[in-house]
Write a protein that binds this ligand. Structure first.
Ligand SMILES: Nc1nc2c(c(=O)[nH]1)N[C@H]1C(S)=C(S)[C@@H](COP(=O)(O)OP(=O)(O)OC[C@H]3O[C@@H](n4cnc5c(N)ncnc54)[C@H](O)[C@@H]3O)O[C@H]1N2
Ligand code: MOO
Length: 395
């Protein structure tokens, strides 16, 4: 049941899609990074009325004009009558008074004291003022214009747009709740690891990785390499998704596969044609909650989470899986090809003047390489045409 990297990714995504995530409403100032749970449309036109596009004077009728009071920012367009032959200083963005013929820019007018007040005239090089420098009501959009469909990632500009059209609260997908179980009798939660133990390198960072992929989680729970404990922990994780580290392989102490099977779960992916990370597990609990089993080797765990954990969460949130950017890296293909044996190889690289260079220390049990890297490449260098894609990093 070993599947290709792309097939496993697709399956992780569709498994995520099957998760029922509720929706909620959040204040706009909490909405960035969330996913719209419903289509949103504009509540008001933008601009809401004709507004000045420049600092200058709103003018009525033909020049010369007599200056009246300045237009205050925030005033309504019909606040005061605006007779022909008059002008009022107006700031950028203020409502153009009803009856104005246009806005004369500040640099295109001359003022001087006249017998009945200050007089304004266009300077000799001023372009025609009729209809000029006014952003019309609804120029950008009308009330009711669709802003974005359900399933849209709410980026800062999208939330800004929703706020600009009057939304105070936005319907969003709730954050998928993820439980993190860190397994291994040898894994120490804190301090300097004694010989024979390893310090947990994954528990401290998985919550951040999960949050950056759109989920929510609390502190990891530590799990001994015991079947009954693993079964109980999987059953007790009343969340939307479970991520388990370690114990995903077929060794004597590796309990995850046994625990899934003995508790009536279903294996979806038992191994992936990738290096590192091939013992990754994708499964469902008996009540259909997805389980992602990450290999214990730390670089393998990073590779597997970014390859499948992110698609799982994107699916749950209703986001598209997304395409990975293809890159041209013939030297890396040449290096990887002799040992790839049909596997997708995850290569940590640094970028130098547009070219990727593999880092050292990239063994699956290591962290130095991935810590130094500023990119991860998915390299397929088998019999077919070689392909290199960039795996998005959330940091
Ligand atoms: N006979 C075979 N042995 C192994 C195979 C195989 O195919 N046949 N695959 C190897 C590969 S590849 C990997 S990756 C690992 C995966 O093993 P598990 O997921 O079962 O993980 P463990 O055995 O529990 O641990 C492996 C390794 O990682 C260390 N570890 C575990 N958790 C953590 C943690 N939270 N922080 C830091 N380090 C951790 C653990 O101490 C082990 O050294 O299996 C290979 N073996
Ligand atoms: O998942 Mo393993 O990393 O290939 O060592």
């Amino acid at each position: 049941m070993s599947v290709t990297w792309d097939a496993a990714r697709e399956l992780a995504y569709t498994t995520g899609r099957s998760v029922q995530i509720p929706t909620e409403k959040v204040r706009v100032d909490r909405a960035v990074g969330r996913v719209a749970a419903a289509a949103l449309s504009a509540l008001v036109p933008l601009p809401t009325t004709d507004v000045s596009a420049m600092d200058g004077w709103a003018v009525a009728g033909e020049p010369p004009w007599t200056l009246g009071d300045p237009v205050p920012m925030g005033s309504r367009p019909d606040a005061e009558p605006f007779p022909a032959g008059t002008a009022r200083a107006i700031p950028t963005g203020a409502a153009v008074p009803a009856g104005a013929s246009g806005v004369l820019r500040a640099e295109h007018g001359r003022v001087w004291p006249g017998a009945h007040g200050t007089v304004l005239e266009p300077s000799d090089d001023a372009p025609p003022v009729s209809g000029a420098n006014v952003r019309r009501r609804g120029d950008e959009l009308d009330a009711g214009t669709p802003l974005f469909p359900a399933g849209t990632l709410l980026t800062p500009p999208r939330v800004a747009l929703a706020a600009a059209t009057g939304h105070d609260r936005l319907p969003v997908m709730a954050l998928p709740r993820v439980a993190v179980l860190v397994s291994g009798d040898e894994v120490a939660a804190a301090g300097e690891p004694a010989p024979g133990t390893v310090r947990d390198a994954l528990g401290p960072v998985l919550p951040w990785l999960i949050r950056s992929a759109g989920g929510t989680t609390s502190s990891p729970a530590y799990l001994p390499d015991r079947l009954d404990d693993t079964v109980v922990a999987l059953a007790a994780a009343t969340v939307d998704l479970v991520v388990v580290t370690g114990g995903s392989s077929h060794g004597r102490g590796d309990q995850l596969r046994h625990a899934i099977q003995s508790s009536g779960g279903e294996m979806l992916v038992a191994s992936v044609q990738m290096r590192p990370g091939h013992p990754v597990v994708l499964a469902l609990t008996s009540d259909r909650r997805p389980i992602l089993g990450l290999p214990g080797n730390p670089f393998a765990a990073f590779a597997a989470f970014l390859s499948f954990g992110v698609p799982l969460l994107r699916g749950a949130l209703g986001l598209p899986l997304g395409e990975l950017e293809s890159v041209d890296a013939p030297e890396i293909v040449a290096q990887v090809a002799p040992t790839a044996r049909g596997n997708a190889v995850i290569v940590p690289v640094t970028w130098h003047a547009g070219a990727a260079r593999p880092v050292e220390w990239r063994g699956s049990a290591m962290l130095r390489g991935v810590a130094e890297a500023d990119g991860l490449l998915v390299v397929e260098a088998g019999d077919g045409a070689p392909r290199v894609r960039r795996l998005g990093l959330p940091w």
